[in-house]
Design a protein around this ligand. Structure first.
Ligand code: FMN
Length: 245
């Protein structure tokens, strides 16, 4: 096998001695009983402010709070974790971890009590509460190796979940407003500092149409691209927070 093909194989490309076969583009892999849907309110509100075209799912994802207070179908929940499973990671090590409780679980109240009061107000109507964590190190050849990007990986995985949930019309809402010590205790993590608790996530069915959501489901907008990109050398942008709406 040529050196080039060995390198291709190392990175997971399919190849043989003479050619590297292009991977076909798959346009539809969805099972017939999954109904993908986009939130049109978010898209309509956000489209006029977008600077360049993006896939509608990116605009449709938002952190909604109004949910119906019912359980989330287990297959849908597992599809969200399946989406997380396909996130990219450092050496494909997949250092994300999720611990969850459904609203019919005996642990539900303890999960809920771990949230800050303002989050509890709406997250009580979720069907599932998830603790998103990352693994900070692993042992290789008897040596402890640190994972430099553990939080970044968990972030990638959460975003995959959020997008899958968006496409299914579910609420998938990340939260940093919770008591870390409290939830660590609830999930039995106390004393194990190899895992970082990154965030909690509320997952639920959206409230039926007509449900009054008030300010709870405001469609947010964003800073301009120039406030967070620099060409060639880093330029700190002034006052970008002033543009947050
Ligand atoms: C890591 C993280 C933590 C967040 N924490 C909270 C939270 O504690 N409570 C809350 O209501 N929203 C929380 N949010 C939602 C943000 O407020 C929301 O993403 C932001 O306002 C942008 O709105 P959008 O997600 O609808 O586009 C959090 C989001 C992220 C990604």
């Amino acid at each position: 096998m040529s050196l080039m093909n060995r390198i291709y194989n190392l990175f997971g490309f399919k190849g043989n001695e003479s050619t590297v076969e292009p991977v076909p583009i798959i346009t539809e892999t969805v099972s017939p009983n999954v109904n993908y849907t986009y939130d049109s309110e978010s898209i309509q509100t956000r489209t006029p402010t977008q600077m360049y075209p993006v896939h509608p799912m990116i605009l449709a994802r938002r952190s909604m709070r109004t949910m119906d207070g019912k359980t989330v179908d287990n297959d849908s929940l597992m599809s969200l974790f399946e989406a997380a499973r396909w996130a990219p990671s450092h050496f494909n090590m997949q250092n994300w971890r999720f611990v969850y409780a459904t609203r019919d679980s005996p642990k539900w109240d303890q999960y809920l009590d771990s949230l800050w009061a303002l989050n509890r107000l709406w997250a009580k109507n979720a069907g599932v509460l998830v603790v998103a964590m990352s693994r900070k190190s692993y042992v290789r050849k008897g040596k402890v190796e640190l994972v430099p990007t553990h939080s970044f990986e968990a972030g990638s995985a959460w975003m995959c979940m959020a997008l899958e949930g968006t496409a299914r019309g579910l609420v998938v809402h990340a939260m940093s407003g919770f008591y870390k010590d409290k939830i660590a205790n609830v999930i039995g993590l106390n004393g194990n500092d190899n895992y970082e608790i990154e965030a909690m996530i509320a997952i639920g069915n959206r409230a039926p149409p007509g449900y009054f959501s008030g300010l709870m489901d405001k469609v947010t907008t964003r800073n301009a691209i120039e406030t967070f990109i620099s060409k060639e050398t880093f330029q700190e942008s002034e006052g970008s927070s002033e543009t947050i709406k």
